[in-house]
Design a protein around this ligand. Structure first.
Ligand SMILES: NC(=O)C1=CN([C@@H]2O[C@H](COP(=O)(O)OP(=O)(O)OC[C@H]3O[C@@H](n4cnc5c(N)ncnc54)[C@H](O)[C@@H]3O)[C@@H](O)[C@H]2O)[C@@H](O)CC1
Ligand SMILES: [K+]
Length: 476
């Protein structure tokens, strides 16, 4: 499990550490880790360390101090290090003294370095890069190694509302911060340096692939089709039969139990998946352990009646797509639910549900909806944010955007529905489904082996689900 600590959580954990250690010891540990990573990057990228050129961009706080201390250490390893001080009058005094003592040069122009260390701003960052820093960063061509986090990106929300650093590598000090999962594309390759920080458990986490693989339900010796969970799918319509096919197919692929389909697209579904049992109505469906309701099933009064029937049942229900539109008009349908409810909106559906877009602080917005409506919410995105009503948040970083394609959400909801039917708790099911879904998208984009990825649609994504689950289980 990876934990992502907010700036306040890191500061709370920093206080006892700083009280215990000699002055600058924590910074020196951070700087040593940073210098080690930079030296490794120089070796990989240029074939050596001695005589290579590194530019340190140092702001006015401890983040600049870390970068200058690292610059001093790299000087000791024979690197030609220059430092550009964004606020020369406020540069970290001890770190600047160490840098000068190591014969580091302070310059006023960026030059032509092999690598850049971004020590402009760290945990105390507010807003995007200021114009002077933005102009310098804009002119860089060398790869950037960010100290703690890429400057200009909000540490707690990952929001970028103006110029910001795009790092090739980020070296996190003491703990991962939310920016590292919410804006992973800005961070590049991540390294964590142990500086002796021992923070409490974070409220934002992300499971490892191995944990997802270990928890994936597979049939045991005593299992039969019913004991592994029966998933009910209410999706698709005469107008949109594809949503029913994709959603049902994903439930079939995700676990080994049984899938029932209810709706107007039964013939299409059975044509693709003969193992699916169909019914015309909810009342005729038979026993189901979790429902997925909404993809492509319409938003009229009939759809609302069907949604009501499902929500009145006492099993977990996932509401997606058209189901969310209906719910946004009739939130009272959730009243009295005795079992878990999972809502899986994209940003537009989120706005329909709450009246406002998720905004820059996606974690806060998702938490608020989950608490207000007493549901588990999964907000889709490159970083998918999942919150329980008690405020616990999991984030799945897809690592790519190949799944941004029509019908991909229907696949996701079918997979999560099957996990719910297998008895996996709501937030865990959502985060496991999201992880397998992003893995399947990445596998499909490379056709499970092609060297260069290419765009995909939802059908190859769905076909890659068993390989994705197998991959995750292999990491268990
Ligand atoms: N306290 C410690 O002993 C440790 C601190 N660490 C480092 O300290 C960093 C935090 O340092 P600080 O709290 O001094 O603050 P920062 O270095 O993050 O920021 C310094 C100052 O920059 C200004 N600033 C804010 N947003 C800005 C922006 N967008 N553009 C330009 N300037 C901006 C603010 O005045 C802020 O106080 C961490 O990220 C980490 O790198 C690590 O060395 C670990 C140990
Ligand atoms: K930084």
């Amino acid at each position: 499990m990876r934990h992502f600590h907010t700036a306040d959580e890191v500061r709370a954990a920093e206080a006892p550490l700083l009280a215990r250690l000699p002055e600058y010891a924590a910074m020196r540990r951070a700087a040593h880790g940073l210098a080690t990573v930079v030296a490794r990057e120089l070796r990989v990228r240029t074939g050596g360390v001695v005589g290579r050129r590194v530019l340190v961009l140092a702001g006015s706080g401890d983040n600049g101090g870390d970068a200058l201390f690292a610059g001093a250490e790299l000087r000791g390893r024979g690197v030609a290090v220059e430092a550009l001080l964004l606020r020369p009058d406020r540069a970290h005094p001890a770190a600047l003294a160490a840098f000068r003592a190591a014969a580091g040069r302070v310059v006023t122009r960026a030059g032509d370095p092999d690598l850049v260390i971004d020590g402009i701003v760290g945990l105390s960052a507010r807003g995007s890069l200021r114009p002077d820093a933005a102009a310098i960063v804009d002119g860089l061509t060398a790869p950037v190694v960010a100290a703690d986090l890429p400057s200009g990106v909000d540490p707690d929300t990952g929001a970028v509302d103006g110029p910001a650093v795009r790092a090739a590598v980020t070296v996190a000090f003491g703990a991962y911060k939310p920016v590292h999962v919410l804006a992973s594309a800005r961070c590049g390759e991540l390294h964590l340096i142990d500086i002796g920080l021992d923070p409490d458990a974070a409220t934002i986490t992300s499971p490892d692939d191995g944990e997802v693989g270990r928890a994936w339900p597979v049939p045991g010796p005593a299992d039969d089709k019913y004991s592994q969970g029966v998933t009910g799918i209410m999706a698709g319509s005469e107008k949109y039969p594809g949503a029913g096919v994709l959603c049902t197919g994903a439930a079939v692929a995700a676990t080994s139990g049984m899938v029932r389909y209810v709706g107007h697209g039964g013939a299409e579904v059975v044509h693709h998946y003969p193992e699916v049992v169909t019914a015309r109505s909810f009342d005729e469906a038979g026993r189901v352990q979790a429902w997925v309701v909404g993809p492509g099933f319409g938003t009229d009064d009939d759809a609302a009646d069907r949604l009501r029937s499902v929500l009145e049942s006492d099993v977990p229900v996932l509401v997606d797509a058209d189901g969310l539109t209906v719910l946004s008009q009739r939130p009272e349908l959730l009243r009295g639910r005795s079992s878990a409810t999972v809502l899986t909106p994209h940003a537009g559906e989120f706005e329909r549900l709450t009246g406002s877009a998720p905004g820059p602080d996606r974690v806060r917005s998702v938490r608020a909806l989950a608490a207000d409506w007493n549901v588990t919410v999964l907000l889709k995105g490159r970083a998918t944010v999942i919150a329980d009503p008690d405020g616990t948040v999991s984030v799945d970083d897809a690592g790519s955007s190949w799944s941004s394609t029509a019908g991909s959400g229907d696949v996701l909801s079918g997979m999560i529905g099957a996990l719910l039917a297998a008895g996996v708790p709501a937030r865990t099911a959502a985060v496991m489904g999201a992880r397998a879904h992003s893995r399947a998208a990445a596998l499909a984009a490379t056709d499970r082996g092609r060297r260069t990825a290419a765009p995909i649609s939802a059908s190859p994504l769905l076909r890659a689900v068993p390989d994705a689950v197998g991959d995750l289980r292999a990491r268990a």
